[in-house]
Write a protein that binds this ligand. Structure first.
Ligand code: GTP
Ligand code: MG
Length: 224
């Protein structure tokens, strides 16, 4: 079954502290303002107006959480780097993103959305720098790929892979082309994120087993 189809809107919050309790796996969508985050969420969910899409950059100013059928959450983060927003506000948003990316412990992976025509800007590297120390995976969607020729796509992917390898992130950060307009790349996102969820499930099952083992050991000690 499709992972993202039938996702439902749950809540909008101004601060990460307003998010629901961190139960279950969560994946986040981050990217520059106007990169196409909300469009990608709508495309994945096969729903035209789940997340709000706009021609005006800086539209998503709140953190929006969507619930997936499997109980996991998908989080649309405010876009960064919008020049028209006063510097103080931009700094505040960056602070919010840093807090969320470094402290949300149920975040099993980050989906980084970048315009395929200008990926890996300084701020994109900043997001990677905040999240990568968690050791968890980052998957980059180079979206609006419909604006590039096939040759340009190949060249962009090759250069991006080289840059990631040079930053020692070749293993942790994966990438693909995506287009919300043409609805291409959906299966690949499903495959990657599906693996993240499967790993999160396996990890929490192992943790539960460990907790049971500890409880059994303690009970045995009590009986001694
Ligand atoms: N050609 C093309 N345009 C796209 C694609 N994805 C998004 N767009 C357009 O890009 C603009 C911004 O899209 P959004 O999805 O609102 O971008 P966002 O990253 O959520 O923006 P903020 O909420 O402002 O941070 C809109 O005009 C979309 O129609 C795509 O795959 N191809
Ligand atoms: Mg948006």
């Amino acid at each position: 079954m499709s992972l993202f189809r039938h996702a439902t809107f749950e809540i909008s919050v101004a601060q990460p502290s307003g998010l629901p309790r961190p139960v279950g796996a969560e994946i986040a969508f981050a990217g520059r303002s106007n990169a196409g985050k909300s469009s990608a969420i709508n495309t994945l969910a096969d729903h035209t107006r789940l997340a709000y899409v706009s021609k005006t950059p800086g539209r998503t100013q709140l953190i929006n959480l969507f619930r997936l059928k499997n109980g996991a959450a998908m989080v649309d983060l405010p876009g960064y780097g919008f020049a028209q927003v006063p510097l103080a506000v931009r700094k505040q948003w960056q602070g919010l993103l840093e807090t969320y990316l470094t402290q949300r412990h149920n975040l099993v992976g980050l989906v980084l959305i970048m315009d395929a025509r200008r990926p890996f800007t300084e701020l994109d590297w900043k997001m990677i720098g905040w999240y990568a120390p968690s050791g968890r995976p980052i998957h980059c969607l180079l979206t609006k790929s419909d604006k590039l020729t096939h040759q340009e796509q190949i060249k962009t992917l090759r250069e991006a892979r080289k840059a990631l390898a040079a930053a020692n992130l070749g293993e942790q950060v994966s990438l693909q082309m995506f287009s919300s307009l043409k609805k291409t790349g959906i299966e690949e996102v499903e495959r990657v994120v599906g693996l993240w969820f499967a790993k999160a499930d396996a990890d929490s099952a192992a943790e539960a087993d460990e907790a049971t083992d500890v409880a059994t050991d303690l009970a045995a000690e009590d009986n001694d």
